[in-house]
Design a protein around this ligand. Structure first.
Ligand code: TRP
Length: 76
């Protein structure tokens, strides 16, 4: 099946406030598993999209998360 073009999909921004923050992509569909883990150093910023493969994103560690719904801090 041809994949959709996700270039206009929603982005989130994760800014690491401490060393070793993990941004984990969870699969879309029936089963929910991790398909990618990205490790950020303190001060690093990741800009990521929800796609056909990713329907949820889990963040471990101290970070600021910016979305269209607002800004949230993972509380440490
Ligand atoms: N595989 C699930 C799905 O596509 C992933 C998921 C989406 C999820 N939202 C969630 C898992 C909320 C736990 C909580 O629906």
């Amino acid at each position: 099946m041809e994949e959709k073009n996700n270039s206009n999909a929603e982005y989130i921004i994760v800014k690491a406030k401490s060393q070793g923050v993990q941004v984990i992509g969870l699969t879309r569909g029936q089963d929910t598993r991790f398909h990618h883990t990205e490790k950020l150093d303190k001060g690093e910023v990741l800009i990521a999209q929800f796609t056909d493969h990713t329907s949820a994103i889990k963040i471990r560690g101290s970070a600021t998360v910016l979305t269209k719904y607002g800004t949230v801090e993972t509380d440490s």
